[in-house]
Design a protein around this ligand. Structure first.
Ligand code: FRU
Length: 287
């Protein structure tokens, strides 16, 4: 009798289909996706459906729409840029699908919960670190993340506000990157070709890949190398922690992935349990 009951019980258990729409595909997102999968092992009623938009707004919009069409019960989304992905997120939300916006922000109010680190604070702390590292005197370059993506905007604001406190620190150039190493390399290379005489003490790349792209351009140009700082601080072979250990980067900031926590939030929402609308993830400097 109890066996029959158990069997019918597990058959009735609802399977939760969670769609994960990532703006990009890189080692940071790989780590996070693995953590989401590990988190899902602890819930045998969770099925994950992943999509990666390779930094394209159009592709991310299409992917969100088609995840919704396949019939998901909840959407987790890291939106490529602040405003561009909002219509697709709104469409999902308006269909009654709970939405967790993760790590990057949008300009829409239509979301169920948000989880992510404070990028303004991270930029600010990096600005203070850079000033201290240079004894409050020096010439620096900032290489930005993708235009219009919220961490790029917030890291920039925090960094520049911190730097503004130190009159001896001069920002010689703010160059546009897009979170990828090749773009950082190309923009910095072009800048160096035109500014051969400039002496630079430090380059802040808004993520570790950007900092490493900048470094490659400086190494190729020859001459004294500045210091390079980034953000992400991933563990593992190509991660920022190793790059700092090997002195290729001077410092990085751990940008938390926490896929496990993210999955738990999704399950809590689906099961009607209490949850926080906004969750701030903590991060730490690596030197
Ligand atoms: C990963 C990534 C990180 C960066 C973050 C910004 O896709 O590019 O390197 O810190 O996104 O949103």
């Amino acid at each position: 009798m109890s066996l029959v009951l158990l069997a019918s019980c597990s058959q009735d258990e609802k399977k939760y289909r969670i769609g994960v729409s990532q703006c990009s595909d890189d080692i940071w997102r790989d780590k996070q996706n693995s953590e989401l999968k590990i988190g899902a092992y602890f819930h045998d009623n969770v099925e994950l459906r992943f999509a990666a938009a390779y930094d394209s707004d159009e592709r991310q919009i299409q992917q969100i729409d088609s995840l919704v069409e396949t019939g998901i019960d909840l959407l987790i989304v890291a939106p490529n840029q602040v405003s561009t992905i909002s219509p697709a997120i709104d469409r999902a939300y308006d269909k009654g699908i709970p939405v967790i916006v993760f790590e990057r922000k949008t300009n829409t109010k239509k979301y169920t919960a948000y989880m992510g680190a404070d990028n303004y604070e991270m930029g600010h702390l990096m600005g203070d670190y850079v000033a201290t590292r240079l004894n409050q005197r020096g010439r620096i370059i900032e290489v930005m993340g993708l235009k219009g993506s919220s961490p790029a905007i917030e890291r920039h604001n925090g960094f520049r506000e911190a730097i503004a406190q130190y009159p001896g620190i001069q920002v010689i150039a703010t160059l546009q990157g897009d979170w990828t190493e090749p773009t950082a390399y190309n923009t910095v290379k072009q800048w160096l070709d035109k500014n051969k005489e400039e002496k630079i003490d430090l380059v802040f790349g808004m993520n570790d890949r950007t900092a490493m792209g900048a470094r490659k351009a400086f190494v190729e140009a020859g001459g004294a190398l500045p210091l390079f700082c980034g953000i992400d601080g991933l563990p593992g072979e190509n991660g920022g922690i190793r790059l700092v250990q090997d002195s290729l980067l001077d410092a990085s900031y751990v940008y938390p992935t926490h896929g496990d926590q993210l999955l738990q939030l999704a399950v809590d929402i689906l099961e009607g349990k209490p949850y926080n609308k906004e969750t701030k993830l903590m991060s730490v400097l690596v030197t």
